[in-house]
Design a protein around this ligand. Structure first.
Ligand SMILES: Cc1cc2nc3c(=O)[nH]c(=O)nc-3n(C[C@H](O)[C@H](O)[C@H](O)COP(=O)(O)OP(=O)(O)OC[C@H]3O[C@@H](n4cnc5c(N)ncnc54)[C@H](O)[C@@H]3O)c2cc1C
Length: 397
């Protein structure tokens, strides 16, 4: 047993029982005892005021990772066009690299994609690792994972970021598995721990009810994926100062495992919330599909897009492509108007990057007001139409 409770010291305060998420401690005859559900997570140790609980697990020694340097971004491209998440990750990477005083690099895989190097430079990459081969023309799991793992293990970056796109979600775990690394998927925030310079990887956990911050002290590089739209792309003109490191690629035909016979493009969704400058979003407070009319009218007056919470999508009042949040889209408009939205953490996860937020809600205690720049307490069915008509009058006048 890794956790030990000293029965003499235990005063039966039950703090350990309250804090244990697994039911791993119970009270017997006024003293705390471990049950077979204890996972040795150590949560009880921290809350025990009389120091009756201790662990006999020896702390693992953190290896010397000083040879792992630099912040790397996987430059995802398809058909010779970079995915916008690449620029967002470079924007994030600029800040991380500056804080660590390390270099920001991009790693680009493909075939005849040299023309993309300039764009990567413009968004801050100082070194671009370029691997080109005809088998890398289109994304295929095995060749990409093999080539990328090889480059990463040779050059030893400190941090490696990949977009949580369809490709990234397939590639990142395979690379991390090949290199025996931890991987934190779907991060919403990445910062540097001022104490030891490690990467603090924050992501929703337990169904989005809490935000967990994860560290990977025992392996390098520290790998994370980030959903598109969460970070901000920032131009940083490096042109002419960057260097390209061309990597030789050896791929055998048999290593492909699959062959792409035909690519059939899915019809694009009718709405692109990620690029919208103004979003007017409705929540359950709109009351019905009919109730969304005023939301559409305000969006039209502001030349914006309409979005909704998961509740609105589940009710069938809006199509799924318009859902904002943890399981919907992540948006970063200049203006986000939340109407009849309570502001659940899962919804906020998708709109916190908005520049300005206006919340309209008839409950002054609604959590949405905590993240709003301006709040209007009242009935949205009165406020939204009068806002829309005031805007229209102003435009007309
Ligand atoms: C794993 C998981 C993932 C999730 N992913 C998402 C996600 O991606 N996106 C998402 O949105 N949710 C998501 N949810 C659901 C989320 O937890 C909330 O349930 C949801 O966001 C609440 O939607 P809402 O604000 O429309 O409804 P409610 O929470 O019911 O809020 C309605 C609000 O409208 C106000 N109101 C009512 N009538 C009026 C009126 N006439 N005028 C003004 N205000 C009024 C009320 O005061 C209330 O604050 C997820 C949940 C889980 C567990």
């Amino acid at each position: 047993m890794a956790i030990v409770i000293d029965q003499e010291l235990c005063n039966g305060c039950k703090r350990c029982i309250t804090v244990c998420p697994y039911g791993g401690v119970e009270l017997r005859e006024g003293k705390a005892v471990l049950t077979d559900r204890c996972t040795a997570c150590g949560a009880c140790i921290e809350v025990c005021k009389v120091e009756a609980i201790r662990s006999d697990i020896k702390e693992r020694e953190i290896p010397d990772f000083s040879e792992y340097q630099g912040v790397w971004v996987f430059a995802e491209q398809q058909d010779g066009v970079l995915n916008r998440v690449t620029f967002e990750l470079l924007g994030l990477g600029q800040g991380l690299a500056k804080e660590l005083d390390q270099e920001l690099s991009a790693v680009l895989l493909g075939h005849e994609v040299t023309h993309l190097v300039e764009e990567l430079e413009e968004f801050g990459a100082r070194t671009i690792y370029l691997a080109q081969h005809k088998h890398l023309t289109q994304y295929q799991t095995n060749p990409y994972a093999k080539v990328l793992s090889g480059i990463v293990s040779e050059h030893k970056p400190n941090i490696f970021l990949i977009g949580a796109t369809t490709i990234g979600r397939d590639l990142a775990p395979r690379v991390s598995m090949r290199l025996n690394l931890g991987l934190t998927a779907d991060c919403t925030e990445l910062t540097i721990d001022p104490k030891d310079g490690s990467l603090l990887q924050t992501r929703p956990a337990f169904g989005g009810n809490v935000m967990a911050t994860i560290k990977t002290p025992y392996s390098r590089p520290q790998m994370a994926t980030v959903r598109p739209g969460v970070m901000e792309a920032k131009r940083k003109d490096n042109t002419g100062q960057s260097k390209v490191v061309e990597k030789k690629v050896k791929l055998l035909e048999k290593e492909r495992l699959t062959e792409i016979l035909e690519v059939v493009r899915e019809k694009k969704p009718g709405v692109n919330l990620c690029d919208a400058a103004v979003i007017v979003a409705g929540g359950r407070g709109v009351g019905s599909k009919e109730g969304l009319k005023c939301i559409y009218s305000l969006a039209e007056a502001l030349e914006g897009e309409v979005a909704g919470t998961r509740m609105v999508i589940e009710e069938g009042w809006l199509p799924a492509e318009r859902q904002v949040g943890q399981t919907g889209q992540t948006v970063r408009p200049e203006l986000y108007i939340a109407c009849g939205i309570s502001g659940a953490i899962q919804h906020r996860a998708g709109m916190l990057g908005s520049r300005y937020v206006i919340a309209i809600n008839n409950d002054e205690r609604a959590p949405i007001f905590e993240v709003a720049d301006w709040g209007i307490v009242g009935n949205l069915h009165e406020i939204v139409p009068s806002l829309a008509s005031a805007l229209r009058e102003r435009k007309a006048g």
